[in-house]
Design a protein around this ligand. Structure first.
Ligand code: PFF
Length: 450
C-alpha cells in the first residue's frame, strides 16, 4: 500500500510493471493483433504498427502514468483536480465509457477462452482435421446463449478479483503467469515455423507490400497500438495513481511497451506460418487464432497438455486485462460517486453483462443485431479501439504538453530530481508537438485515402 495516502497501491516495482503489462498483454496481442494484421496487409501493417509503437507508445503511456501518480486519482478525478471547471474531465468520462464498451465485447472473446479450456481438457480437438475444427468454432461462436453464459462467468471472475482490491488481486496474478505465457509462445513459435510450407507465412509477416495500404489500414494500425498498450482511456492514469513516489515511471513505460510488443510479434510468428501451412486464410478473422492454435497442438508431441496450458494462460492474460478495464470504472464510481467498492463492482459488472450479451448475440447467424452492416460486436470494437482510444490519447498528450506543463512533468518523471531521467526533454518534446500532430495526421490520412 502506498505510504503517501490511504488508497490501495502496488507493493513493489515489479508489481506495477507486472500489473500494467498484465493489462497491456492479452487478447489484443494474441487474438486481435493477428486478425488485424491478417486483414490489413501483413508485413506493411506490422511495420506501421512498430513505427507507431516506437513513436507514440512511451510518450502517451508516460503521460497517463504521470497524471495518475501526480493526482493519486481515478481517470475522472485526476482531470477534475488538475483542471477543475473545465472541459478536461470529459477525457476521464470518455475513458470510463470506453472501458465499459471495450469490456462488453472483450468479455465475449474472453468467454471463448473458457470454452476452449473445456475443449482442450476433454481432448475434443484430437484427430480432427481443419474442416472439423472450423465447424466446431463456427457452431460455438454462432450459438448465442453459450457465448453469453461463458461471458457472464468471465465478467463474474473479473468482478471477484477487482472486488478484492488492487494489491491482493491484480499483482499476484500478473507476476508469475505472464512470463509463463511468453515461454509457451516461444515453444509454439518454434513448432509453427518448422511446419511444412511455413515460409509463405513468414513472408506474409515480414515482406512488406505497401501498395495495398490505404487510410483504413493506417487507422487500424493506430487503433491496434492504443488497444494493445491499453492507452487512451485512463487505465494507466488509474494504475499510475497506485504507484509509489519512488518508482521510475519511464522505465515502467519502457518495459511495458517492450514486453507487449514482443508478445504481439511472437503471436504473429506463431499464427501465420502455421495458418499458411494448414491452408487457413490470413483474412479468416475470428477463426484465425481459434482454429490455427488447436491445429498446431494436434501436430505436436505433448500437444494435449500444452494445449490446456495455453488456453488457461490465454484466459488469465485476458483476465489481467479485463481487471484493468473494470478497475477504471470501479475506481471512478467509488471515488467520485462515493459508492463502496463492492456495490460499484456489482453495478459495473451488471451493466457489462447486459451490454456484452448484445455483443455476443450479434455473432449469431441471421442476427438482427446489426447496425450499418456491422454487428454490435464489430461496431463496439471499431468505435472504442479505432476512434475513442486515439482521441483519448490525443487529448491526454495535449493536456500534458500544454496544460500540465514541463515543470511538473519533469518533476514527476525524475521523482522530484532524485532520478536522472535522461530522456525527459526528448519525450516531452514528442508529447507536446509530435505526438498530437502524428495522431491528427493518421486520422486525416485515414479520412482522405479511403
Ligand atoms: N490491452 C489489452 C489487450 O491487448 O488485450 C486490452 C485492453 C485493456 C485495452 C485495457 C484497453 C484497455 F484500457
Amino acid at each position: 500500500m502506498a505510504k503517501e495516502n490511504k488508497r490501495d497501491g502496488f507493493g513493489s516495482k515489479l508489481g506495477i510493471i507486472a500489473a500494467a503489462a498484465g493489462s497491456a498483454i492479452g487478447l489484443g496481442n494474441i487474438y486481435r493483433f493477428p486478425c488485424e494484421l491478417g486483414e490489413n496487409g501483413g508485413a506493411a501493417f506490422l511495420l506501421m504498427y512498430l513505427g507507431i509503437v516506437l513513436f507514440l507508445g512511451i510518450p502517451v503511456m508516460l503521460s497517463e502514468l504521470v497524471i495518475g501518480r501526480h493526482t493519486l486519482s481515478n481517470a475522472v478525478g485526476a482531470f477534475k483536480k488538475l483542471a477543475p471547471k473545465s472541459f478536461w474531465p470529459f477525457v476521464g468520462y470518455m475513458g470510463v465509457l470506453c472501458g465499459l464498451l471495450i469490456f462488453a465485447f472483450y468479455s465475449t472473446v474472453s468467454g471463448w477462452t473458457l470454452e476452449y479450456i473445456v475443449k482442450a481438457v476433454t481432448n475434443s480437438f484430437h484427430g480432427k482435421d481443419l474442416a472439423a475444427i472450423e465447424q466446431d468454432f463456427n457452431t460455438f461462436h454462432e450459438s448465442g446463449w453459450r457465448n453469453v453464459l461463458w461471458q457472464a462467468i468471465f465478467i463474474f471472475l473479473t468482478g471477484f478479483v477487482v472486488f478484492r482490491g488492487v494489491q491482493n488481486g491484480i499483482e499476484k496474478f500478473s507476476k508469475i503467469l505472464m512470463p509463463l505465457l511468453l515461454v509457451i509462445l516461444v515453444v509454439l513459435g518454434i513448432r509453427s515455423v518448422t511446419l511444412p510450407g511455413a515460409k509463405e507465412g513468414l513472408a506474409f509477416l515480414f515482406k512488406p507490400d505497401f501498395s495495398k495500404i490505404t487510410g483504413k489500414e493506417v487507422i487500424s494500425a493506430m487503433g491496434q497500438v492504443f488497444f494493445s498498450l491499453s492507452m487512451g482511456m485512463g487505465v494507466l492514469v488509474t494504475y499510475g495513481s497506485y504507484v509509489k513516489k519512488s518508482d521510475n515511471l519511464t522505465t515502467t513505460a519502457l518495459s511495458v511497451t517492450l514486453s507487449d510488443t514482443l508478445v504481439a510479434v511472437l503471436a504473429g510468428i506463431v499464427i501465420f506460418p502455421a495458418a499458411f501451412s494448414f491452408g487457413i486464410k490470413p483474412t479468416a478473422g475470428m477463426g484465425l487464432v481459434f482454429n490455427t492454435i488447436p491445429m498446431i497442438f494436434n501436430q505436436m508431441t505433448g500437444g494435449y497438455v500444452f494445449c490446456i496450458i495455453f488456453f488457461v494462460l490465454l484466459a488469465i492474460a485476458a483476465l489481467t486485462s479485463t481487471i484493468s478495464l473494470l478497475e477504471v470504472v470501479v475506481a471512478y464510481i467509488t471515488e467520485e460517486l462515493h459508492i463502496n467498492r463492492k456495490k460499484a463492482t456489482i453495478i459495473a459488472c451488471a451493466v457489462t453483462v447486459l451490454m456484452g450479451a448484445f455483443a455476443s448475440l450479434s455473432l449469431m447467424k441471421d442476427t438482427p443485431l446489426v447496425i450499418a452492416g456491422h454487428t454490435v460486436f464489430d461496431g463496439l470494437d471499431f468505435i472504442s479501439s479505432n476512434i475513442m482510444l486515439p482521441i483519448g490519447g490525443l487529448l491526454i498528450v495535449v493536456f500534458v504538453g500544454w496544460r500540465f506543463g514541463k515543470k511538473r512533468f519533469f518533476a514527476e518523471v525524475s521523482n522530484e530530481g532524485m532520478l536522472k531521467a535522461p530522456l525527459k526533454s526528448l519525450i516531452y518534446f514528442i508529447i507536446k508537438y509530435l505526438a498530437p500532430l502524428a495522431i491528427v495526421l493518421v486520422f486525416v490520412s485515414g479520412l482522405i485515402n479511403r
